[in-house]
Design a protein around this ligand. Structure first.
Ligand code: FAD
Length: 469
C-alpha cells in the first residue's frame, strides 16, 4: 500500500515560516514521507521583517541587518542552503554609550555590558568609583537558590548594583529588545546569564571561564560576533524560496489566513479570498496576536495577552565621506535612558559592514522608538529624518546634506517577553494542542526574537509536526 500524501500548510513567510517549510521538506524527504506543502504569506514578498534595499551601490537593511554567529539556528540553515561562502563577519570595533552629550567607550572586553576584564572598567567615565566598587563586589556575592524567573533589570541590579545597569547594561540590552529591562523576562531573553550564575556563582568569574557567550570558536582579530551576507540579508530569503519551489512547494503571496477550524483529523484554513485550504498539519509562523485571531471563537492564547509589542523604526542615512568628520573609531553607539534623543542606538554601518557602502561614502543606521516612547514613529518621514539628523549632529561634525534617507517603520514588531513568559507559552501551546493537535506555533512571539532563534523554532516546529503526523 502506498503511503498517503500529507498536506501541510505554513502560515507566514518570515524567517520562521521559511525555515519551518525548508525543514518540513528536508525531514519529510529523509523519512520517506510524501508531503504537499503550501506556504501562505499575506504580503506580496517573502522575508517578513527582513527587507534589503539596494541603491546606488549601497546595501541598506530596513529591518534586521545580521545575526549572532555563535547560535546554531542560522548557521544550520545557511549550511543546509550551501550559502556559507556568501557570509561576511562584522568588523570588530569600539561601541559607545551616549550619555548626556558625550560618547563614552564601552569598556573593552565586556559582553553585553558584563566585564570580562575589570581593568578597562577602572578608567571608564561611565561609572563613579562607588559604582565600580559595587560592580566588582559581584565576585564575592553568594550563589542564590535557583528561583523562578525574574526581570533582566532585577537580576543585574542584584549582581552589579544600579549604576552599572543604568549606565551600561541597560542601554546595551534594551537596544536588542527595544524594551524596559525591568519588565523583560531573564529566562526568555538572556538565560545564559542565569546559567552562568548557577554554574559559576559569580558572573565576573564565570564569563571568563565559559565559552557560553562567545561560542565554540575564538574570534579572529578584527572580527565581530555577527554575520550577514555580502549581497544583503535577503540572500537567505531568496535561497529559501528557490529551494522550496524546486522541491514542489506552493507559495501563495498576497494571501492572508483568516480563520482556522478543525473537522475530525483535518484542519480548514479560511483565506481572505473566501477559499478554504484543507491541511493535515499547520505551522503558524505569525505574531501571537495574529495567531490568536485565527482561533477567535475559542479564545486560545489569551495567556499571552499581557505581552506588549514595541513599535520601532530604523532610519538609514547616507553621506559623501567628505561631508562627515567622524573623529571616533568604532562601529556605533547606544543611548542611555538619561539622554534626551529620538535615536535609541546608531550603527556606523559603513564601518561595521564595509560591503554596505561604496568607496567614498558613509552609511549610518539609527534606531528610533522603544516600548514606552513610540510617538516618534507616528510622525512623518521628514520629521523623523530631521530629528535623527539633529541627534547625529550631536555625535559628529556633519557639513553637507544626506545623499538619501530611508525611513522604515515596524509597528508592533518587538515582543516584550514579561517575567514568566516561558511558562505561559508552554500553557498556551498545550491548551491549543488539546483542541488542534495538528497546529504548531513558532516565531518571535514565543521562543526568542533573534533570527537564529526564529530559524531554530521553525526547525523544531517542523520536526514536531512531522512526528505527530
Ligand atoms: C528593526 C528591527 C531590527 C532587527 N534587527 C535584528 C538583527 O539585527 N538581528 C536579529 O537576529 N534580529 C533582529 N530583529 C528581530 C528579527 O528581525 C525578528 O524577530 C524576526 O525577523 C521575526 O521573524 P518571524 O518570521 O517570526 O516574523 P516576521 O518576519 O514578522 O514574519 C511573519 C510573516 O507573517 C506574515 N503574516 C502575518 N499574518 C499573516 C496571515 N494572517 N496570513 C499570512 N501571512 C501572515 C507577515 O506578513 C510576515 O511576513 C530585528 C527586528 C526589527 C523590527
Amino acid at each position: 500500500m502506498t503511503e498517503r500524501t500529507r498536506k501541510v500548510t505554513v502560515v507566514g513567510g518570515g524567517i520562521t515560516g521559511l525555515s519551518a517549510a525548508f525543514y518540513l521538506q528536508r525531514q519529510a524527504r529523509e523519512r520517506g514521507i510524501r508531503l504537499e506543502l503550501t506556504l501562505i504569506e499575506a504580503a506580496h514578498r517573502l522575508g517578513g521583517k527582513i527587507q534589503t534595499v539596494r541603491r546606488d551601490g549601497f546595501i541598506v537593511e530596513r529591518g534586521p541587518d545580521s545575526f549572532l554567529a555563535r547560535k546554531a539556528g542560522m548557521r544550520d540553515l545557511v549550511k543546509g542552503l550551501g550559502l556559507e561562502n556568501e557570509l561576511v563577519r562584522s568588523a570588530a570595533g569600539q561601541t559607545y554609550v551616549l550619555s548626556g552629550e558625550e560618547l563614552h567607550p564601552v569598556p573593552g572586553g565586556s559582553i553585553l555590558g558584563v566585564p570580562r576584564d575589570f581593568s578597562p572598567f577602572l578608567s571608564s567615565g561611565l561609572l563613579s568609583w562607588s559604582g565600580k566598587v559595587r560592580a566588582a563586589a559581584e565576585l564575592m556575592l553568594p550563589k542564590p537558590a535557583p528561583e523562578a524567573d525574574e526581570s533582566v533589570g532585577a537580576f543585574f541590579r542584584r549582581r552589579f548594583g544600579g549604576e552599572l545597569v543604568d549606565n551600561l547594561i541597560e542601554p546595551l540590552l534594551a537596544g536588542i529588545y527595544a524594551g524596559d529591562i525591568d519588565r523583560l523576562s531573564l529566562e526568555s531573553t538572556f538565560p545564559q546569564f542565569r546559567r552562568l550564575e548557577q554554574e559559576h556563582r559569580s558572573l565576573l568569574y564565570g564569563i571568563r571561564k565559559s565559552s557560553m557567550m562567545t561560542g565554540p570558536q575564538p574570534l579572529n582579530p578584527g572580527e565581530g560576533i555577527y554575520q550577514t551576507f555580502r549581497g544583503g540579508l535577503d540572500t537567505v530569503v531568496r535561497a529559501l524560496e528557490e529551494a522550496l519551489v524546486s522541491q514542489g512547494a506552493a507559495i501563495l503571496k498576497g494571501v492572508r489566513a483568516e480563520r482556522c477550524e478543525t473537522e475530525r483529523e483535518t484542519m480548514n484554513l479560511t483565506l481572505n479570498d473566501g477559499s478554504v485550504l484543507q491541511s493535515d498539519g499547520i505551522i503558524l509562523a505569525v505574531p501571537h496576536f495574529m495567531a490568536k485571531k485565527l482561533f477567535k471563537p475559542h479564545g486560545f492564547l489569551e495567556e499571552l495577552d499581557d505581552m506588549p509589542f514595541a513599535t520601532v523604526a530604523t532610519v538609514s542615512v547616507a553621506f559623501r565621506e567628505e561631508d562627515v568628520d567622524q573623529h571616533l573609531e568604532g562601529t556605533g553607539f547606544v543611548v542611555s535612558r538619561n539622554t534626551d534623543t529620538a535615536v535609541t542606538a546608531c550603527t556606523w554601518t559603513h564601518r561595521k559592514w564595509p560591503h554596505s557602502a561604496p568607496e567614498g561614502h558613509t552609511l549610518f543606521r539609527a534606531y528610533v522608538g522603544r516600548r514606552g516612547n513610540e510617538m516618534i514613529v507616528d510622525i512623518s518621514d521628514s520629521e523623523i529624518s530631521k530629528a535623527v539628523l539633529e541627534d547625529l549632529r550631536k555625535t559628529m561634525d556633519i557639513r553637507g546634506e544626506p545623499e538619501f534617507v530611508i525611513v522604515s517603520r515596524f509597528p508592533n514588531a518587538m515582543p516584550q517577553y514579561p517575567v514568566g513568559h516561558k511558562d505561559r507559552v508552554a500553557e498556551a501551546k498545550a491548551e491549543l494542542q488539546r483542541k488542534f493537535p495538528g497546529v504548531e506555533l513558532a516565531g518571535s512571539s514565543y521562543g526568542g526574537i533573534g533570527l537564529p532563534d526564529c530559524a531554530e523554532q521553525g526547525k523544531t516546529a517542523a520536526a514536531a509536526l512531522l512526528e505527530r503526523l
